[in-house]
Design a protein. Structure first.
Ligand code: A2P
Length: 282
């Protein structure tokens, strides 16, 4: 006899009702300010690791007309291009138009996702080099969460250094867990290879709580601490390539520092030594 299983809410497949709707498959809250979530991936969506898309929810009805408009923000795709689902890493802004609502999503809910990926934090925007730096603050880690799971990141370079500066230790957890997973997860080991993963150096710093490395990454570069800690001579346009993603302040300050080392900013149409993208907040 065939066992008849009742269709519950948990197992029922929801029919998308929003334009460009995707279904939330999991949500993880990291702190009261940070969460990550995964959604279904449109079958036709192709993207390069490091790119972003517009995602969001329907806004509140207009009091006059009752009509609702989509409320969309740019979000870096945090999952690698080979993943079946899409992952995003977000801040929760309590009075933010989008994230005040988005932080309450649960598996089974729908979000809007415009399937047009773009962005400059892509391998194609950099000239070949020996050492690749990822400089992130806060949720600026998201595009690197994608690139760190992409084999090309390791195949193209001898060394990959990821720095992540957050206010406190708890805010580092998403990135720390992801990097630990690269080394521990059998699938990641097989996909990326132990030899490639040995190229990876993780350099987390905090600014408002004691931790093994305290200070803004900009300060630690300028006073030479990073180079002393990692046994490097410095950063040079001959060997080093960099991707930067954080607040406007971080991006501006780091651009000046990298230019000071002689690096030039690149773009998809003009590959150079470094690229910058704003970590989007909403
Ligand atoms: P700080 O605590 O000194 O402001 P946020 O959570 O506000 O997005 O910040 C994330 C991290 O980025 C914090 O540790 C913050 O340090 C750091 N940060 C902010 N602005 C800059 C900047 N201009 N250069 C380097 N780090 C920065």
């Amino acid at each position: 006899m065939t066992e008849q299983r009742p269709v519950t809410n948990a197992t029922a497949v929801k029919v998308p009702t929003l334009p460009d709707a995707q279904t939330v498959t999991s949500v993880q809250h990291w702190t009261d300010r940070l969460f990550s979530f995964r959604v279904t991936r449109p079958a036709s969506l192709r993207f390069r690791s490091g790119e972003f898309v517009m995602i969001g929810l329907m806004g509140d009805p207009d009091p006059a007309t009752g009509r609702q408009k989509p409320l969309l923000r740019a979000y870096s795709i945090a999952s690698p291009s080979w993943d079946d689902e899409l992952e995003f890493y977000s801040i929760k802004v309590q009075d933010g138009p989008l994230t005040s609502k988005l932080q309450h999503i649960e598996p089974g809910d729908e979000i809007i996702l415009r399937p047009k990926p773009v962005g400059t934090l892509v391998h194609d925007a950099l000239l070949p080099g020996k050492r690749l730096w990822f400089f992130a603050t806060g949720t600026g880690f998201a595009p690197f969460a994608s690139l760190l799971r992409d084999p090309q990141t390791y195949e193209d370079y001898d060394q990959v250094i990821v720095t992540h500066t957050c206010r406190d230790v708890a805010e580092l957890n998403y990135g720390r867990t992801l990097i630990e997973n690269l080394h521990e997860d059998e699938i990641m080991q097989e996909l990326l290879g132990a030899e490639n993963l040995a190229k990876l150096t993780y350099y987390p710093t905090t600014t408002r709580e004691e931790s093994p490395k305290k200070g803004r990454i900009t300060t630690l570069l300028e006073n030479g601490t990073v180079f002393r800690d990692l046994g490097l001579d410095g950063i040079s346009p001959e060997t080093d390539r960099a991707m930067v993603c954080g607040s406007l302040g971080l991006n501006t300050d780091l651009k000046a520092i990298l230019e000071g080392y002689g690096l030039k900013e690149g773009a998809n149409s003009d590959p150079q030594h470094y690229v910058v993208e704003k970590a989007f907040v909403g």
